[in-house]
Write a new protein. Sequence first.
Length: 207
Amino acid sequence: MTNHLLEIYQILLAEFGPQHWWPAETEFEVIVGALLTQQTRWENVEQAIANLKSESLLTPDALADADRDTIEECIRCTGFYRQKSERLQLLSRHFARNRISGILDKPAGALRAELLSLKGVGYETADSIILYAAHKPVFVIDAYTKRICECINVNGGYEALQRYFEGGLPRDTHLYQEFHALIVRYGKEYCTKKRCDECIIAQSVIV
DNA sequence: CACCAGGTTGACC
DNA sequence: GGTCAACATGGT
């Protein structure tokens, strides 16, 4: 079985260069960012992260004990701020009870199940945390990935697309990190309704 | 003014 | 198994 995934990766890498994702100073910052970026522009998440930092709330213990109103103020700019503040605090309490490294060091399968049991953590958020905070090779499928897959006539739900990527690439954490980052970088710029006809992936790869 | 953004949930079929 | 409205602010 062959596919064109490595070819697409090379095209994107040549076009945009290494992206060095995920932008964050700590593993917990990755986790918080993964929750806050749901259906939200990253620039707004950066603002919210900065707000949380200025309130010294960017640790599990601090967020676990913080006033809900204070959290809401910090993250209002990311939208859905009421449900996100609750979910952020529940998640923080989970990571405050146990040690972060103790959780992230678990095998990917067990870690994924544990993350998915948290309210507000679905497939993409869980996999982003596993790939960028725990540094384990699971491929993250987001809205841009789905769109690009449609461009090359690959369709399916989350886990079907994940199997497609993981089955067609070497099982390598760094490759997964860069590839997903490149897909997002590319998708923001070109995979829109207006510019879909300029898609360098569809032009370069015939499936 | 309409539409979209690095989704998830609970309800429903 | 899949689909759908609700969730909410900020940018184009």
